[in-house]
Write a protein that binds this ligand. Structure first.
Ligand SMILES: Nc1nc2c(ncn2[C@@H]2O[C@H](COP(=O)(O)OP(=O)(O)OP(=O)(O)O)[C@@H](O)[C@H]2O)c(=O)[nH]1
Ligand SMILES: [Zn+2]
Length: 298
């Protein structure tokens, strides 16, 4: 028998085994000892090479370069986040939204926003929230306020082998959404996931399941984030509409504070840039320069 090398994505870790999704099937593999020597550990989401020996045992032999590794439990190569933000319980907050968007822009992860619990607020409150969300849609973040629409559109948003994960405050509705979307997942993968799912809530294992051409992490993912490692001078780069405006600021590297002829400040005055966005920019500057994590995230 010839030794075959294949590539795939690690979709779960289980008692020393790594389950790898190739383009055909899920293969249970062992990691070669070489990883321990190199102090490397394959993570869920890693793109890997696997090898099958004559006895039919499969080994994970190589971890391909990682784009990132984020979340708790960690997932590697996350390209997109489905950010769940609730209309109520906890209350909708643009501050919170801006924190998450800043964090993911910093991590070079794209974000799609989903508003949960729209059914729990009165029409007036909902209209207010939607007006805010329209701003985010305008600056480039896909926004969904309807679960069914999200379910319909998601397949066209998820690219080949892209890894998506959920994020959002505790109680926002991440698990609820996940369970809803999982109903659609590829059946064979779903069966494996279920079989490996024992003790999910006690051990906090993470696994990926197929969602159309890509993967979604089967975990509530992020709820709290720390922005203090961001460099103060870089912060403006993570506010997408500021980046766009800044080419018209007089000074290169403009921080949009007291500099003359600042385009961000001009757009702010014209109410093209949302006041809360700018306020949050200032608040995050302060948080970063003081190196403090807000009380509610501790
Ligand atoms: N009415 C309504 N209730 C929802 C919706 N989404 C979530 N919930 C409820 O909100 C509560 C919290 O939802 P979860 O899905 O557990 O929230 P989570 O984000 O996973 O929370 P953590 O696990 O703490 O991070 C549950 O009681 C859900 O039933 C929604 O769209 N409408
Ligand atoms: Zn400026």
């Amino acid at each position: 028998m010839t030794v075959k090398i294949e590539q795939g994505t690690v979709i779960s870790l289980n008692a020393g085994f790594y389950d790898v999704q190739t383009d055909k099937e899920v293969i249970r593999t062992r990691a070669r000892g070489v990883f321990r020597q190199k102090n490397q550990k394959p993570a869920v989401g890693d793109k890997v090479e696997i090898k099958h020996d004559e006895q039919g045992t499969s080994y994970l032999v190589k971890i391909l370069p990682r784009k990132n590794r984020i979340g708790r439990p960690a997932v590697a190569n996350v390209s997109h986040v489905l950010l769940v933000i609730s209309a109520v319980e906890p209350d909708f907050s643009v501050q919170l939204l801006d924190r998450f968007l800043t964090f993911f822009a910093w991590q070079n992860v794209k974000v799609t926003i989903y508003l949960s619990k729209a059914d729990l607020v009165d029409p007036q409150k909902l209209a207010e929230i939607k007006e805010n969300l329209n701003y985010y849609a305008k600056i480039g973040y896909p926004v969904f306020t309807d679960k069914k629409l999200l379910e319909q559109e998601l397949p066209s948003l998820i690219g080949v082998d892209e890894i998506w994960t959920l994020a959002g405050q505790s109680g926002a509705g991440k698990s609820t959404l996940l369970n809803y979307l999982k109903q659609d997942a590829n059946q064979s993968t779903a069966a494996i996931s279920t079989a490996l799912n024992r003790g999910k809530h006690t051990t906090r294992v993470v696994q990926l399941f197929r969602l159309e051409q890509g993967f979604l992490a089967d975990t509530p993912g992020f709820s709290a984030i720390d922005l203090t490692p961001i460099k103060l001078v870089d912060l403006a780069n993570y506010f997408v509409e500021f980046v766009q405006a800044s080419s018209n600021c007089k000074f290169r590297g403009c921080q949009h504070l007291k500099e003359p002829k600042c385009e961000v400040k001009r757009l702010l005055e014209e109410e093209v840039i949302l006041a809360s966005r700018y306020e949050d920019y200032l608040a995050l500057r302060e948080e970063i320069s003081e190196g403090r994590i807000p009380e509610y995230l501790k």
